[in-house]
Design a protein around this ligand. Structure first.
Ligand SMILES: [Zn+2]
Length: 150
């Protein structure tokens, strides 16, 4: 699992493929509905005489505040109400979660023996390696019942 930012600066073709995949995931209808919904942290009144692009940025800020609500970032009381401060808290939360998942992945590693021999079992839970816990932490687990339905 990559937690660094080196992945942000890959060749354009790779980024385009990733961008296409991400754009297919984004719920644009939800973003549009959130962009016009009032939010207690974002007090601005839409009007038509804003410089070009400013209205869009304000709408994106509204949507972002609502999205931060969805993932449980506190509204804040002071300067912690701002979109950048709340986003910072969301980034900290993502980093913490990635660290926890990385720790689980490292705990559920493949058993090794002397001379570089490997076994077919997990060192932590003794299930066949890679165990379900490791695959869940890596994001590669597929539920056998769900796969059968497809
Ligand atoms: Zn395991």
């Amino acid at each position: 699992m990559s937690t660094g930012k080196a992945h942000l600066y890959r060749p354009r073709a790779e980024r385009k493929a990733e961008s296409d995949a991400n754009r297919a995931l984004i719920n644009w209808d939800l973003l549009q509905s959130l962009a016009v919904k009032p939010h207690p942290n974002q007090n601005h009144v839409p009007h038509d005489d804003l410089p070009m692009g400013v209205g869009e940025v304000l709408q994106e800020a509204l949507a972002a505040q609502h999205l931060l609500d969805l993932v449980g970032i506190p509204l804040g009381l002071y300067d912690d109400q701002t979109i950048d401060a709340r986003t910072f808290l969301a980034v900290l939360e993502v980093q913490k979660l990635r660290e926890r998942l990385d720790r689980i992945v490292s705990w559920h590693s493949r058993e090794t023996g002397p001379g570089g021999m490997v076994d077919d079992y997990c060192t932590e839970c003794r299930n066949t390696w890679p165990c379900d816990t490791r695959r869940m932490a890596e994001g590669t687990y597929t539920d056998p019942e769900e796969s059968a339905d497809v």
